[in-house]
Design a protein around this ligand. Structure first.
Ligand code: SF4
Ligand code: SF4
Length: 138
């Protein structure tokens, strides 16, 4: 038995590892991967269809600045990523294609506190810098 285990170890010693050191090395995401949503504030009309569609009730429509240089406010979605299951229904149902999916999945949205997972319209529109991944996608 010991000899058998030793043999397995020796055989595997020269093979490349099948695991990766995270977060130093990212996993390559497929094109169909659904990560943190991105909001196009210009396109969004604040209709709330995304909020009504969300099966996890992770979206609320809140008032926020129309852009980072303006004091004017409009209604936009805010997503509680702690309740989101990244199903993509909010993106599919948006009549204005104002929501899209990105490959951002961990960096910048991993935290110990649930309240830190609340993605305001400014965060979704990337007006607030979240940790950038290697491809520069936020
Ligand atoms: S993101 Fe789309 S569905 Fe959601 S409030 Fe804006 S326009 Fe409506
Ligand atoms: S991806 Fe799905 S669970 Fe997440 S906010 Fe959109 S509809 Fe809700």
């Amino acid at each position: 038995m010991v000899l058998k285990n030793l043999l397995v170890s020796v055989r595997n010693f020269y093979k490349s590892p099948v695991t990766r050191i995270y977060p130093e090395h990212d996993t390559e995401m497929s094109d169909r991967f659904k990560g943190l949503q991105k909001l196009d504030k210009e396109a969004c009309i604040g209709c709330g269809i995304c909020a009504n569609t969300c099966p996890n009730e992770a979206i609320r429509v809140v008032r926020a600045r129309i852009n980072k240089d303006s004091k004017k406010q409009r209604w936009f979605p805010e997503i509680d990523i702690g309740h989101c299951m990244f199903c993509g229904l909010c993106i599919d149902q948006c009549p204005k294609e104002a929501l899209s999916s990105t490959k951002v999945c961990a960096k910048g949205i991993v935290t110990w506190q649930h309240e830190d997972l609340l993605c305001t319209p400014d965060i979704l529109a990337r007006e607030v810098v979240i940790v950038e991944d290697e491809e520069g996608e936020q």
